[in-house]
Ligand binder design. Structure first.
Ligand code: THU
Length: 122
């Protein structure tokens, strides 16, 4: 989250536990053109895939404590998490963070199947 490139939004960080047992981190990277940047979750998943790990076992997302929004993956990220999830029961851990520390009272855990019950599938 500290490395997030923020022009108009707020800082977000994500980390995925990938099938190779490693944790791949990501952050949101914004552009002045809305839609060109990337969310932290997709950045973290792309990080895992670009290291050869294509399935994820768990994902955590943190947003900066000063953001007004609840820490939640957006709809696009929910589909992307589903696409790369080992199974629909993988956990999505959501929290706010401040000064490098998780605010424990904000932590929520749901499965990707709960957050996206009707994913797009081929
Ligand atoms: N953002 C994420 O990185 N992940 C989410 O799930 C929601 C939103 C980013 C996008 C944008 O850079 C900023 O947070 C504000 O919307």
């Amino acid at each position: 989250m500290d490395n997030a490139y923020v022009l108009w939004g707020f800082k977000v960080g994500a980390a995925v536990l990938a099938e190779d047992g490693k944790i791949y981190a990501g952050c949101n990277v914004e552009s002045w053109i809305s839609g060109i940047g990337i969310c932290a979750e997709r950045c973290a998943i792309d990080h895992a895939v670009s290291h050869g790990s294509r399935k994820i076992k768990e994902i955590a997302v943190v947003t900066s404590a000063d953001s007004q929004s609840e820490p939640r993956p957006c709809g696009v990220c929910l589909q992307y998490i589903y696409d790369f999830a080992e199974n629909p029961k993988i956990k999505v851990v959501m929290a706010k963070a401040e000064n490098g520390k998780i605010l424990f009272e904000t932590v929520k855990v749901k499965t990707i199947g709960e957050l996206l019950p009707y994913p797009f599938k081929k």
